[in-house]
Design a protein around this ligand. Sequence first.
Ligand code: COA
Length: 275
Amino acid sequence: MLKDHYENVRIERDGGLTWVILNRPEKRNALSPALHYEMAEIIDELEVDPETQVMVLTGAGDSFSAGFDLREYFRNLEGKPIEKARAKRAAHHWTWERLYYFPKPTIAMVNGHCFGGAFQVLVACDLAIAADEAAFGLSEINWGVYPGGMVTKAVAEAVSYRDAMYIILTGRPFDGREAARMRLVNFSVPRAQLREETVSLANELMSKLPVALSAAKEAYKAVKHMDFHQAFEYMTAKTIATSALDVDKGRTKALGQFLDDKSYRPGLQGFRVED
Ligand code: COA
């Protein structure tokens, strides 16, 4: 069950859209062990929450997140291998085992600072929109380490070889427009329009059939690293499974609306689920 209150995260609901807001603005929403534990619990719950159709992750105040907490995650856990292992497991669990495979669409809304370990949260989301004014960077090299944890893996997943090497080796900050150019985010808009654009994208997703959205993202993430034979077998089974789960008979309705009623064009818009 979701709790009414979390110390480090705020949850807001608006129709089927659930906002998960990293909420340590005074520390630029740095990812502390306590925040990781709360997020692990929250994502587990939201995954099976019928009210959540699309989840948006963002940060309170002027930051998305300044990355892993340099004091609470790094310095305070030096010489404490058990606590460190526990915090590391929670961080990995909620980002790569739960958020990355979340069964509903996820959007990162990058409202401001996004540094280091925050790239994991960003990349684990399916889609991302940034404020033009946001500040991104892999600052690790600036404090004498390489982008550890799963940061390098996240960057390798999301951007080209040249861009990855540039941001990993220089640690130079860049803005939302540059993040969009390198496809780290889908697009960027002036900060004043960020929320409106994010809600509009979320509404578009919520107008589609949930079972198809789930299958679409699960299939992409599953077949990406399969060979062609494995992918063929998987996709065949997935299509049958998706059809069995489609209690709204969406595909049948959509075909009827296009082929018989001639009332919509699937290339241009979604079918009427409620028909
Ligand atoms: N870990 C722990 N604390 C952090 C933090 C982080 N990653 N990022 C910011 N904070 C804390 C600061 O220590 C400061 O705390 P204090 O008020 O107790 O001194 C507070 O957040 C505000 O930070 P400040 O640097 O004053 O804010 P700013 O708006 O001038 O600058 C940043 C924001 C994000 C540019 C700057 O804080 C920064 O460079 N942070 C480190 C980013 C980083 O290297 N992240 C990689 C970690 S994997």
